[in-house]
Design a protein around this ligand. Structure first.
Ligand code: AMP
Length: 502
């Protein structure tokens, strides 16, 4: 059984209805059960006329199987969904709700969200229950040529997250590649580690359905405990491990051979794959194949692929990000013709149609090139033959432990604190990797510094997910400015390092 993006329906593909589709920490859903539960949600929506809802709906929870049934139900109904993990603070969810105009929330957790102006449907197993009701706008939908599938919100430098809109054409282009060029099959068990608000999770989320394979979900209780995760992978014979390099690094640090013979593939995306990590994995899992892929949320998960074989490890350090996926091109936009590297521009049918309700930013980042959608990534790269290498960024976007963060979003949130006169945020690096976020603050008053610091941190926690909350706040009397009249962050970092052990 599998989800077919062409007919947008579940189709009876195989003769193994008892085969597992989705596994969470409470339930093991066969394909038959999974389809039945997705159908129940569809029927419930139709009964209430919500299948005619045109606004994106929120699917909230943390690694419950119901999140997946709800997602697949929304795909059948052609209603765009916004996946939100419980790691987001309520204020951030409220902002997303406002930006998207959401009217319906599907809550797969046990705790009601009760967001203002929304109809909230709680789902637990096969039980569907309306726990809050508000007006739901419905409209007869015409046949849409390329309906939206999902919207993933990522950090936005203005101080608010931005919604990346991914359409059916983009998902179809992605799954066609995933089910073709990677060597995966319906017998595979995808090991999920990322939460569903991040586009890394789309790798396994869409591919298990397109193949009729199995999705092994792991909640944070499991992913933060090496032994638990290893036992679980072993129990369910997980064989495709999808993760950020930062995540895998924690597992190679345990040193000993975890004895996971079942793992056949490591699929990496989201940040630089360190040569040392790939070398280590190669030693610990000699039978596993390591894939490096590259791509931003704005171009549907990934756009390039390379298998990091022994030969590649011997030949390249740093490692390449790979070769282009079919139907997609990456153009290097160089400042001078003779430059080796430049900004990477992705063109193709996997590129997003733009940011939700944000025309200005969409115009800045998206355009049409030779009749194809194109996106300015902000990543710097170069080619060696057809092989692409990624060299870092040309803006203030960073990756911290695999999480995508725009430092200006943190700054803008902290500037809203009543005791803050001005602020700027930096990512402190060790070698090339960001290890800590520090916000430099000019306070409005000369009060108890520790108290002000605590108050700024708790203000940040209210609006930002945990991984964006600064690791430290450092108070200064004033900022220095460089020749371009920009805050001289280099000077601030020097000052910080003179005062702090890091
Ligand atoms: P996200 O939208 O969270 O997937 O983050 C996308 C960004 O992560 C890209 O624009 C790159 O800066 C970075 N990135 C993704 N994959 C890789 C990779 N394989 N190597 C280096 N950086 C990467």
């Amino acid at each position: 059984m599998k989800f077919c993006f062409d007919s947008k329906k579940f189709v009876d593909h195989q003769t193994q209805p008892e085969k597992l589709a989705v596994i969470d920490d409470r339930r093991e859903l066969s394909w038959m059960q999974f389809m039945k539960e997705a159908d129940l949600i569809c029927a419930y929506f139709k009964k209430h006329g919500w299948n005619k809802q045109t606004k994106p709906i929120i699917i909230y929870g943390h690694k419950q199987a119901e999140m997946i049934t709800a997602i697949y139900a929304m795909m059948q109904l052609e209603i765009a969904y916004i996946p939100i993990d419980h790691l987001y603070p309520k204020e951030r969810i409220a902002t997303i709700l406002r930006l998207a105009g959401t009217e319906i929330v599907i809550n797969c957790s046990a705790i009601p969200l009760k967001l203002e102006g929304t109809t909230e449907l709680q789902i637990n197993n096969e039980n569907l229950q309306i726990i809050q009701q508000a007006t739901v706008t419905t409209k007869d939908k015409n046949e849409m040529p390329d309906p939206l599938v999902y919207i993933i919100f990522t950090s936005g430098s203005t101080g608010e997250p931005k919604g990346v809109q991914i359409s059916t054409e983009a998902v179809r282009s992605f799954t066609k590649w995933m089910t073709g060029d990677f060597g995966f099959s319906h017998d595979d068990v995808f090991i999920n580690t990322a939460v569903f608000s991040f586009d890394l999770s789309v790798f396994e989320l869409m591919t298990f359905g397109a193949l009729g394979a199995t999705l092994l979900m792991n909640d944070t209780k499991t992913t933060t405990n090496t032994e638990n995760l290893i036992n679980r992978i072993e129990k369910y014979q997980g064989n495709i491990w999808v993760a950020t390099p930062s995540f895998a690094l924690a597992y190679t640090r345990i040193g000993a051979d975890p004895g996971l013979d079942c793992v056949k593939y490591f699929l990496f995306c989201g940040e630089v794959l360190p040569h040392s990590l790939a070398t280590n994995l190669n030693k610990i899992f000699p039978k596993a194949r390591i894939y490096n892929t590259y791509g931003p949320t704005e171009a549907t998960v990934a756009t390039t692929l390379i298998e990091i074989s022994k030969e590649v490890l011997d030949k390249y350090n740093p490692l390449p990000v790979g070769y282009m996926k079919p139907g997609t091109k990456i153009i290097i936009d160089k400042v001078n013709h003779e430059d080796k590297e430049g900004e990477m521009i992705i063109t193709g049918d996997n590129v997003s149609i733009g940011y939700l309700n944000n025309e200005e930013l969409s115009k800045e980042k998206f355009f049409v090139h030779n009749g194809q959608r194109a996106y300015r990534t902000g990543d710097l790269g170069y080619y060696e033959g057809e092989l692409l290498f990624c060299m870092g960024r040309n803006d203030d976007q960073i990756k911290l432990k695999g999480f995508r963060i725009e430092l200006n979003e943190i700054t803008n949130i902290i500037r809203k604190h009543e005791l803050v006169d001005n602020a700027v945020t930096v990512g402190l690096k060790r070698n090339t990797e960001v290890k800590k976020i520090v916000t430099f603050v000019i306070p409005r008053i000369k009060g108890d510094i520790d108290e002000i610091k605590e108050s700024i941190i708790s203000h940040s926690k209210k609006y930002l997910p945990f991984y964006m909350v600064p690791g430290d706040i450092f108070f200064v009397d004033d900022f220095h400015y460089n020749m371009n009249y920009k805050i001289d962050t280099k000077k601030l970092i020097e000052l910080y390092l003179n005062h702090n052990l890091y």
